[in-house]
Design a protein around this ligand. Structure first.
Ligand code: FE2
Ligand code: FE2
Length: 171
């Protein structure tokens, strides 16, 4: 059986993963509203990835005899000043998530919960990728700030990128 402190911490993280999905879903809607379909599609894929992260926690907690308990998800922002502002918000959000994953790892060490410690390694690595992608896109957007065609170039690049949710867990 999983320790009840860890059960609670994973349930809190499930709420955060769902909020991440919600945030990117809202960003997708924002990009659709300004007719940036490539960015919108990319955000939809992020939404699916966050749902897959949620499901992976769900499966793990259940397999350890824990009980998934859902709580209220706060409303995400509705609009952003620019694509750059949205991606800066995404990076800021991912940095918070990274901090939370690190706190979960600390708790697993404190509780000597080696199974959860091992399970969390996947998320530690995933967060490196998530932050790297956001940083890269922010850099591209900044580089193209004064180039009117730049945003469409980045859009095209995003549309061509094949991103598949990488958790290995089925949605
Ligand atoms: Fe996530
Ligand atoms: Fe994420």
């Amino acid at each position: 059986m999983i320790h009840e402190k860890m059960e609670k911490a994973i349930n809190d993280q499930i709420n955060w993963e769902l909020f991440s999905a919600y945030l990117y879903f809202s960003m997708a809607a924002y990009f659709d509203s300004v007719n940036l379909k490539g960015f919108s599609g990319w955000m939809m894929v992020q939404t699916m990835e966050e749902q897959a992260h949620t499901k992976k926690f769900y499966d793990y907690l259940t397999s350890r005899g824990g009980r998934v308990q859902l709580s209220e998800i706060k409303a995400p922002a509705f609009k952003w000043d620019s694509p750059l502002a949205a991606f800066e918000n995404a990076l800021e959000h991912e940095q918070i998530v990274t901090g939370r994953i690190n706190d979960l790892v600390d708790l697993s060490i404190e509780l000597k919960d080696h199974a959860t410690n091992s399970f969390l390694k996947w998320y530690v690595d995933e967060q490196v990728e998530e932050e790297e992608t956001a940083v890269r896109l922010i850099q591209s957007l900044k580089l193209n700030e004064n180039n009117p065609g730049g945003i469409f170039m980045i859009e095209k690049e995003l549309t061509q990128m094949t991103i598949v949710p990488t958790t290995g867990s089925k949605l």
